[in-house]
Design a protein around this ligand. Structure first.
Ligand SMILES: Cc1cc2nc3c(=O)[nH]c(=O)nc-3n(C[C@H](O)[C@H](O)[C@H](O)COP(=O)(O)OP(=O)(O)OC[C@H]3O[C@@H](n4cnc5c(N)ncnc54)[C@H](O)[C@@H]3O)c2cc1C
Length: 336
């Protein structure tokens, strides 16, 4: 295990905000995880588990506790009746996992290409994109349970997955440290109809190969065109969630002419559309740019303080509420 002191949270998160964390402990084995929690208990310090920091925002005052990061890496394969199970250590970079599986012609996570983050964080908010979610392939996860001080396996059904949710970021938030995840993939390819933007890209480029590697290339190209690369531009990806509504609300919204999307995951109004209608697309608010091509994304161009984010966020939320009566909900979590 590696223990560091007084590390700026801004250097550990892709939005690049946040003051010093008292301790940052990088754990390299399950034993380290138990020891690090033991250290936290002994000195009565709060723990925040961090991955790549792509969905996490730091506060200016920092964190008077321990930030714990999973540095266990490695992928192991086990054949199944119709495919393969991959056990992935939580410190593995997620996109390496997608590349590994698509190189082997395995389908199941190719549409999740280029989502920044570590594998251990993937089930926390049930990462999803272009019609796939980690919940679709996830079999189980190995965790350290801070409530009992034991190592456990949680199965897919115990994780309570829904859109951007699992028990790990709701009812059991902070209880489990994810050590590894196991997913089930199979040879084959995604079936049509694909997500709209994929269909458009395929038509425009006259593509006919939808193998996992090809789909990975397609998704990567679409994402590169509209989403900021976190190594070049500071952001936390989609800053706001889409708004899920009931059938009754959908009828009212439809009568008002708002675009309503019905999918397997429910009925939603696109928050990007709401923001766009408020003429906020491309606007610079307190150092944050509302991304031109994907308005759910706020790019930190010049802000150095959480206060700036607070003001920019309030401006967007209030404008959308005043015009449409919907409250936008933030996607990234905050430390402290
Ligand atoms: C440019 C950009 C594009 C993005 N696109 C998408 C997208 O298409 N789809 C999507 O779903 N998300 C997207 N995101 C959000 C982000 O990539 C995902 O949420 C990703 O899973 C975050 O991984 P991370 O390692 O950075 O997690 P972090 O931000 O470090 O942590 C996120 C949460 O997981 C918890 N956590 C992390 N590791 C563990 C662990 N080992 N055990 C227990 N809890 C843990 C943290 O406590 C925190 O609550 C995007 C982000 C960016 C910056």
């Amino acid at each position: 295990m590696r223990v560091n002191e007084n590390i700026l949270i801004s250097s550990l998160t892709t939005m690049r905000l946040g003051g010093p964390a008292r301790y940052v402990i990088e754990v390299e084995s399950p034993r380290d995880v138990a020891d690090a929690y033991g250290f936290a208990r002994t000195f009565n310090l709060p723990v925040f588990v961090l991955g790549y920091g792509a969905n996490t925002i730091g506060h200016d005052e920092g964190f008077n506790g321990i930030i714990m990061i999973n540095r266990m890496r490695g992928i192991t394969e086990e054949p199944t009746a119709n495919g393969v199970q991959l056990k992935i250590m939580g410190g593995e970079y997620w996109d390496n996992v997608v590349e590994y599986s698509t190189n082997k012609g395995l389908t199941g996570i190719e549409a999740l290409s280029k989502i920044p983050g570590l594998a251990g964080a993937a089930p926390v908010q049930n990462i999803g994109a272009y019609g796939q979610e980690i919940a679709d392939t996830l079999v189980s996860i190995e965790v350290y349970d801070t409530a009992s001080g034991t190592f456990r396996t949680l199965t897919h059904d115990e994780l309570g997955f829904s859109y951007r949710h699992s028990i790990l970021n709701t009812t059991e938030y902070g209880r489990y440290f994810v050590i590894s995840i196991t997913i089930k993939l199979q040879p084959g390819q995604m079936q049509r109809p694909f997500y709209n933007s994929i269909e458009t890209y395929i038509d425009e480029n006259g593509l006919t190969d939808f193998s996992p590697a090809s789909m990975r290339a397609i998704v990567s190209a679409i994402r590169a065109d509209k989403l900021p690369d976190p190594t070049e531009k500071a952001s936390a990806g989609s800053f706001f969630k889409n708004i899920y509504i009931s059938e009754a609300e959908a009828e009212i919204a439809g009568d008002k002419g708002y675009p309503v999307h019905r999918g397997n995951d429910g009925i939603k109004i696109s928050s990007a559309w709401l923001i766009e209608q408020c003429k906020l697309k491309g606007k610079l608010l307190h150092g944050f740019r509302v991304n031109e091509k994907a308005p759910l994304v706020l790019i930190n161009e010049s802000a150095t303080s959480y206060q700036d984010l607070d003001k920019a966020r309030a401006e967007i939320i209030n404008k959308v509420y005043d015009k449409f009566g919907y409250w936008l909900e933030q996607e990234p979590v905050e430390i402290g």
